[in-house]
Design a protein around this ligand. Sequence first.
Ligand SMILES: Nc1ncnc2c1ncn2[C@@H]1O[C@H](COP(=O)(O)OP(=O)(O)OP(=O)(O)O)[C@@H](O)[C@H]1O
Length: 333
Amino acid sequence: METLLDIKNLSIAFGNDLNQQVRVVSDANIQLRYGEILGIVGESGCGKTTLARCILGLLPPSGKVVGGEIDFCGKDLLKLDKDSKREIRGKEVGMIFQDSMAALNPVRKIGVQFTETLTARMGINKVQAKAMAIELLTKVKLSNPTEIMGRYSFQLSGGMRQRVMIAMALALKPRLLIADEPTTALDVTVQAQILKEMYSLKEQFGTSIILVSHNLGVVYQVVDTIAVMYAGTVVEYGASSEIFNKPNHPYTKALIGSVPSLKESQEELISIAGTPPMLHSLPDGCVFHPRCRFASSICRLKKPNNIQTVTGVQVACHKVKQSAAKEGEGNIA
Ligand SMILES: Nc1ncnc2c1ncn2[C@@H]1O[C@H](COP(=O)(O)OP(=O)(O)OP(=O)(O)O)[C@@H](O)[C@H]1O
C-alpha cells in the first residue's frame, strides 16, 4: 500500500522566546498508508493533539515546528503557504474534534450550516447541497435527517452532533480524516457506534484516518497501526495486531495492562506507578526511565534510538535492543 502521509523527525515546541521553548513533540516518525486507520494514543499531555493539529496547519500561535517534515501526497505541508494549507484542509484533509458543540454554530440550524459549507466548497447550488447533506446524514445512520437539518446543535445529543460532524467532514471526501478524541464525550454504546462508522468510512470510501485517543481500549478494535506516545516521544509504532499481541515497550505493556477490556477478566490490572514528567524538565536518557521497572544505567544516561523488531514494529527502548540482539526478536521480559 502506498504512503499517504509521512511524518519525518517532527519536533514541535511551545513558547516564542527561544530560551524558554518547551518541546512537546520530539523527533516523531509516523507513516500512514492509503485506506489505513492509525491510532495515536498516550496519557493526557503527551502531545497527541499538538501533533494532529500540526498536520492540519492549526498549531496555536505560540506553537512552532522546530524540525522535520510532514509529507502529504508528495508535498511537504510545512512548506506550503497559508492559502494552500487552507485548501488542503478543506478538500483533502477533514477533521473532527472532541467538542462538537463548540465546532457547530449554536445560532444557526444544522441544515443551514451544512448546505453553506457544501455550496462554498463544492460549487453546487442550494438544492443540490440540501439533497447531498440529507444523503450524508443518512449514511452516518442518523434517522430522520430532514428533521435534524431543521434543528440547532443544542437540540441534538452528543452522539448525534458527532455524527453530523462526521457527515460534514465526509462531504468533501477527504483522503485523510483526523479525529481527535471523537468519542470521549460520549457514552460507551454511542462510542462503539461512532467507531463503527469510522471503520465503515475506511471500508466504503478508502478514507485514511488518524484517530487520536488517550484510551487504548476505545481505539484498539478499529486501528491498523498504532503510535504510542509518552512525554512527546513516539515510544512504539507499528501494526496494531503486533503491538496488542506482543507489546515491546514497557510503557505500551503497562498501557495495555491497564485497560480492562484488553485483559482477561481474571488477570490483575496493572497501574503505572508515578506520573509523566513535566515537558519543560524532561529527565535525561529515556523519558520513561523514572517509571520503568526495567530501567538501568544506560536508560538514565542515553536517549534510546528507534529500533525495528522482526515484526516491523519501531521501539525506542534500550532493553528491547539488548533483547533483540540476544534473542533475535524485539520483546522484553
Ligand atoms: N497553546 C499552548 N501553549 C503552551 N503549551 C501548550 C499549548 N497547547 C498545549 N500545550 C502543552 O503541550 C503539551 C501537549 O499537549 P497536547 O494537548 O498536545 O497533549 P494531549 O496528549 O493531546 O493531551 P490531552 O489528551 O489531554 O488532550 C502539554 O504539556 C500542554 O500543556
